[in-house]
Design a protein around this ligand. Structure first.
Ligand code: AMP
Ligand code: ZN
Length: 117
């Protein structure tokens, strides 16, 4: 799997090389639909910067994690699912099932998701 930002599929979307319908964006973060949705609402939320996984969050600027989680909540509100509820999932590394090495948070909603853990 390519890991540099030049080859990264999500960096290409963020740069505009590949078109995507951004559900929400600001100078630091973006959200766009997952191409293979697992629920009626399935958005991917991520930093514009090519940060590989949660393992790299500690090295970011102060407040990065707080801003990222607040942006996730804003995405849920913008999608109209904040009241009924939603699930966030972050896959990290091979055992976590991470397929794209650009930190992203799955936001799933729109139906009863059932027990996972
Ligand atoms: P993960 O397994 O957590 O790395 O998830 C990667 C996710 O990216 C999968 O759910 C894919 O469906 C999704 N995905 C891959 N390519 C694209 C794309 N071009 N646009 C939107 N979502 C994508
Ligand atoms: Zn990237």
């Amino acid at each position: 799997m390519a890991s540099g930002m030049n080859e990264c599929i999500f960096c290409k979307i963020i740069r505009g090389d590949i078109p995507a319908a951004f559900a929400l964006q600001n100078p630091e973060f973006v959200a766009f639909p997952d191409i293979n949705p697992k629920a009626p609402v399935h958005l991917l939320v991520m930093p514009r910067a090519h940060i590989r996984s949660l393992n790299d969050v500690a090295a970011q600027d102060d407040g990065f994690g707080q801003r990222l989680l607040a942006f996730v909540a804003s995405v849920a509100a913008a999608a109209g699912v904040d009241k009924d509820g939603y699930r966030v999932i972050v896959n990290n590394g091979p055992d976590g099932g991470q397929e794209v090495d650009h930190l992203h948070i799955h936001v799933l909603a729109g139906r009863m998701l059932g027990d996972l853990i």
